[in-house]
Design a protein around this ligand. Structure first.
Ligand code: TYM
Length: 332
């Protein structure tokens, strides 16, 4: 069966709606026909400053949300990145075939390091996309379901796989990004030309999976809308309404056109009320289930320990073959 790999960083107290719509939601159905590995990217999270106790807790919280959203730890492999040392080991090997200039061109690195001040950015932040390539290649993934903002990192991953294969012989599957057209980018409710992100300028622009439904409904109702009154999809002229329509469509699995037709002749406020209901219906069961799972951290840790074991089984052979091909003397 084709292999699928993806992950989210545990760098906030909750996943946001962008993570859910752009990534996690799409993982759920892929479990039927693929062999999936979903992990919590804690090694990636420490590329920016993290409080240790908070990071450990957020790692559990992130895993709980995967399960609550429909990731089945029996069918899929659910693990914490740092529990499978092969990720970091492969990353080192890949660092040594990545060009400095090539890594310097990653736009996410440029944005994040500019925000921190170039002098404060760490080597870890710089090498981040290479670790991401390792996460994917160590499992011989065929498909990687992510949001639009990860496209460039997937291109780098493909280049590294091809380069390694050309230099040392066929070793890696060259993976494909699976980025769903419309829903791959959810925008901030308050500034609908910026992507929804945990570091949003205004708290009110961000919907979190673990926030109370009322709080999210309120944010939707005060979302920025556009000039005019007509409800139609037009990213250029109507970024606010288009974002609401995209979210509505993604969560109901209904085409945007159908939603536009339903709201024809009605006001922006009606669309917001409708969307608030849809978001509540989707997120409430996830929130409830995640909180239940977090009531029993020992059981969650057992699930993650099993996932780590499965993950190692899937990854040791690839790492051994990489080491062998690169000429590392095998230990007697
Ligand atoms: P991260 O933690 O920033 O985001 C996790 C996933 O959510 C998607 N996403 C969005 N999708 C739509 N609209 C948005 N506003 C939005 N914001 C975030 C991201 O595209 C991503 O799919 N480097 C990755 C984590 C990672 C990874 C990997 C992913 C590490 N190793 C290997 C796939 C495979 C990251 O920081 O995602």
């Amino acid at each position: 069966r084709p292999r699928v790999v993806s992950g989210v960083q545990p760098s906030a107290d909750s996943l946001h709606l962008g993570n859910y719509v752009g990534a996690v939601r799409n993982w759920v159905d892929m479990q039927d026909d693929n062999e999936c590995v979903f992990f919590v990217a804690d090694l990636h999270a420490v590329t920016t400053d993290q409080d240790p106790a908070t990071l450990a807790q957020r790692t559990r919280v992130t895993a709980a949300q995967y399960i609550a959203a429909g990731i089945d730890p029996e069918r899929s492999t659910l693990l914490v990145q740092s529990h499978v040392p092969e990720h970091a080991q492969l990353a080192w090997a890949l660092n040594c075939i990545t060009g400095f200039g090539e890594a310097s061109r990653m736009t996410q690195f440029k944005d994040k390091s500019a925000k921190q001040g170039a002098e404060n950015a760490t080597v870890g932040l710089f090498a981040y996309p290479v670790l991401m390539a390792a996460d994917i290649l160590i499992y011989q993934a065929h498909q990687v379901p992510v949001g639009e903002d990860q496209r460039q990192h997937l291109e780098l991953t493909r280049n590294l796989a091809q380069r390694f294969n050309a230099r040392y012989g066929d070793t890696f599957v060259v993976p494909e990004a699976k980025i769903l057209a419309e829903s791959a980018k959810v925008y901030d409710l308050q500034s609908p030309t910026a992507k929804m992100s945990k570091s949003a300028a205004a708290e009110s622009g961000l919907l979190r999976l673990l926030d109370p439904a009322k709080q999210n409904a309120k944010k939707i109702k005060s979302a920025v809308t556009d000039d005019g009154t007509e409800i139609r999809f037009d990213r250029e002229a109507k970024p606010g309404i288009s974002n609401l329509l995209t979210i509505y469509s993604a969560l109901t699995a209904r085409p945007v056109d159908e939603i536009v037709a339903e709201y024809e002749g009605r006001m922006y406020g009606h669309l917001k009320v409708g969307l608030a209901e849809v978001v509540t219906e989707t997120l409430e069961p996830i929130r409830t289930r995640a909180l239940e799972l977090l009531d029993d951290p020992a059981e969650l840790d057992r699930i993650l320990a099993r996932g780590a074991e499965k993950g190692r089984e899937l990854s040791v052979a690839t790492l051994a073959s990489v080491y062998d091909r690169m000429g590392f003397l095998s230990r007697a």
